[in-house]
Design a binder for this molecule. Sequence first.
Ligand code: FAD
Length: 548
Amino acid sequence: MTLHDTSIAVIGSGFGGLSTACYLADAGADVTVLEQNEQVGGRASTIQRDGFRFDMGPSWYLMPDVFERFFGHFDREPDDYYGLSRLDPHYRIFFKSDQAAASDGGVVTERPDASAGPATDAGEAPGFGSANGARYVDMLPDLDANVATFEAIESGAGDALRSYLDTSATHYDTAMEHFVYEDRPRLRDWVDLDVMRAAPIGLQLLGTMDDYVADYFESHKLRQIMQYTLVFLGGSPGNTPALYNMMSHVDFNMGVFYPEGADPSDEVRPLLNDPEGEISGLSAVVAGMTELGTDLGVDYELNAEVTEIISRREGFELELADGTRSDFDLVVSDADYAHTEQELLPEHARGYDADYWESRTYAPSAFLMYLGVEGDVDPLEHHTLVLPDEWDGHFDQIFEEPAWPDDPAYYVCVPSATDDSVAPEGHSNLFVLVPIAPGLDDDEDTRAEYREVVLDDLAANTGVDLRDRIVLEEQFSVADFADRYNSMQGTALGMAHTLRQTALFRPPHRSKELDGLYFTGSYTTPGIGVPMCLISGEHTADAVRDDH
Ligand SMILES: Cc1cc2nc3c(=O)[nH]c(=O)nc-3n(C[C@H](O)[C@H](O)[C@H](O)COP(=O)(O)OP(=O)(O)OC[C@H]3O[C@@H](n4cnc5c(N)ncnc54)[C@H](O)[C@@H]3O)c2cc1C
């Protein structure tokens, strides 16, 4: 069935909205994307100032297969819009517990976290290194090297890594085929032969990631390496189902990439807030998807905040903040689900009440500092993690007893480590991201104090002291997520992937109350993350096509 002569509004231009718009336009619909902000991309917005260009949100390009599938649907490939380079190392980790003795010259000569049996000399393992008196461990785009590094940390862990990754590859293939690309919104959709065959895998994986990983590795450090990706899913090792061990297949086997070289058309550039030059980072993907949408006939309207969705006998009327009203046959919302339901719809048209939204487990918010810095920031890598030995305290301060983390685990992104175009000559471009509890009070004084905590911690644990050479600084935290994206409690990512908020337990693509209203993006299935939002666009468009 085609959607010719059907007008569809997509509220919000995050990856879910951009993706849905492409699929629907390709099916013949007349699609208009209404974005309240000054640029498309949603959480993948950019800041441009004084020669620096910061991606404000996503920075890890993972699961290249999903992007290929997306562009492939339209007989294109990612390469038509942007290039990809595989990062080497994939990422660098500074374990805080390794730094105390770093003044001895920094070369790791014994296993930092030995727990059983003899191991190879860690100083010779390919992933170990040191600089400025700080020790680090690299995860490389080379499985044998990573196996050697694991073995150096814990005897037997090299083989355990191989076995873990073999299993996680199987889980990835099974999950993608049966549970991710295939949308199964109702219980009865899970009762078919294929799912039953795959079910033993699913059932095994209903335990927590914490327990699952502990069966393979004793070392805290190795457990952290296998679990840091959970923060991408908005969860903790204690509340995320073991199914997500497949994320290790994603980073170790499939690789970590960086998009570069997007050169959008004159029509698309003003939509990106990016007047000149080639575009890199995840903004390059936003550029590519917007270019594709434009080719397919999608209209994009910026500064178009929807304030009300009014259901009519035939179709919908949307009211914008400037008072104008427009009619559409169908509406898809990529804005946060809770915002759409609670702020844009009248009570009788909501699928969920306020208690439902209050009682969800939300993914972390974040304390973000975008920094333009004089000079280089070696040895910080493009992706760098700084991890405390014991990170349960940080997760507790996110999910159990919300507070600013005393001993934070955090992420530093330095795109200028591999890309000259994001900073003026002689400067570095980086952002620091500390996951924090949604809903935390982030007033100016608290942020100022925490800024010092983070910069001190970074200097102490990586040897990189930024304090006297920051030439540009922007912060973004809980209140900004709520203001800029209408995000519930200022969550950075939406609803966490706990067991009770995974698959059919996430809010559906079809409104429960209004025919013709649909949802897409990270609140729906499959969930959080750029690749997942691309797929959610496909699911939503399928639902629209099936219904009309
Ligand atoms: C700091 C950060 C780092 C991340 N890192 C990664 C990463 O490395 N890799 C990865 O894969 N994922 C990452 N993610 C997650 C990923 O970015 C998100 O899951 C994804 O971008 C969300 O897309 P979405 O479709 O849900 O829409 P969103 O990006 O949430 O966009 C929704 C849009 O709706 C608009 N909107 C809201 N209300 C209205 C209204 N009333 N009228 C009009 N428009 C409205 C908003 O302005 C926004 O533009 C990160 C996210 C953040 C915040």
